[in-house]
Ligand binder design. Sequence first.
Ligand code: NAD
Ligand code: UDP
Length: 325
Amino acid sequence: MRPETRTLVSGGAGFLGSHLCERLLAEGHDVICVDNFYTGRRRTIAPLLGNPRFEVLRHDVTFPLYVEVDQIYNLACPASPIHYQNDPVQTVKTSVHGAINMLGLAKRCRATIFQASTSEVYGDPRVHPQPETYWGHVNPIGPRSCYDEGKRCAETLFFDYHRQHGLRIKVARIFNTYGPRMHPNDGRVVSNFILQALRGEDIAIYGDGRQTRSFCYVDDLIDAVVRLMDTPDSVTGPLNLGNPAEVSILELAELVLRLTGSRSRIVHRPLPGDDPRQRQPDISAARTTLDWAPKVALEDGLAATIAYFRAVLDSGEAHPPPGGG
Ligand code: NAD
Ligand code: UDP
């Protein structure tokens, strides 16, 4: 890294974005956090505000932005199904117009640009585990399509800007990541199960719970993201980033119950449309390219996340609506 690297993080007030901003500041970057606070919160970045190298811009990436930067991490986009389905048209705009605006900015500034893509580009996969060479099995018109197809189109744009304009791009396909600073109303499975367990409420599994996911702890993910940005220009991705340790949603519920010591009951609710049956990253490419592997076991990561949510509940902070800062 050059001594004065000016780095923009879109979605910087979100769960992953706030961890990334913190890490980049620790490495000496000047960080501009760009966020419209749709699912992000001031609270996640409050500890960073005293740092003179840190700046926050309330801005919606669907509109053009004119700043001078050397690196861009494009993370802006709601990631939880309940939030990205709340306003699907805005989700598509955020993914597609947001990508165009960030790519345009990168082109003008000659900046290297990272894209937070997703395992959802594989849809409900027919190949297991999923390597980057798999083109996916995605419903283009279903309830998850605004996110899945938006992210797929963003990948297309990144590679077209790379081929057409010679942009330096780094595309990561991130698999389910969890950890401290998740929004209490995030709606994704890890935060839901932990909060339900800590409150003694029923743990609601959608469907029979035999669907699988592979959960990565946030520190491992951020480490890989920063390593990817620092690779030579010839490395574009897409690169799967995640933890290949696969569990069923029922196993996850049982583990959360054990680690919290909760006496909550497990109940079943209808499975949402197009919910992928199984998901596990093949991370061979990331291992070789980044000399990286996830280190935090699910049990340890969950323990840290449970401690965070206990503190959230103790502080009475558990009910702010998304966007409520
Ligand atoms: P998050 O919802 O906590 O963070 C998203 C951030 O983007 C929020 O701060 C939100 O306010 C902001 N945002 C949304 N729309 C915006 C817009 N139009 N303009 C500016 N800011 C906007 O989600 P997260 O888990 O931190 O995910 C961050 C990124 O990583 C997303 O792009 C997501 O698709 C991707 N990703 C995350 C995971 C995961 O498991 N956490 C998995 C795959 C991909
Ligand atoms: N899920 C669940 N209960 C919840 C939230 C999610 O059983 O309270 C299930 C969901 O149906 C999916 C899995 O957990 O099969 C992961 O859901 P999440 O929304 O965290 O992320 P996804 O990987 O589906 O985008």
